[in-house]
Ligand binder design. Sequence first.
Ligand SMILES: [Zn+2]
Length: 141
Amino acid sequence: MSEAASPPERKLPRLEPDTAFFWTAGEQGRMLIQRCTHCEVWQHPPLPRCAKCGSEDVAPQPVSGKGRIASYTINHERWVPGLEVPFVFGVIELAEQPELYVFTNVLAPIDSVRVGMAVHVEFEQHEDVWLPMFRPEGQSA
Ligand SMILES: [Zn+2]
């Protein structure tokens, strides 16, 4: 592996058995979201059973990684040492289903962010965690 630039400090999730897939799928460059095999509804965060039909037949499936910004906040709080502030924390509605939301950082200049913006996922690796974050379409790192 080549030397990569150190990513900025982040609060990292604990890898629990039911949610680890969400935090590690980025290793394959894709986002996984739990889906009910019975009624095909997506749900996030993952649950032991489908919130709609009650089926326990739920499993992670790949999504497109595309969505739009449903809402966002600008954060000025330096939650951990080294965290760059201010940053944008967004509610991303995934393209797969209305009201299927992921809460995470939006990688964009704070004054450029708008509700409704089209965004796509990218991953920031910290050891065994690949944090999904979203960047506006047409903007690159
Ligand atoms: Zn279901």
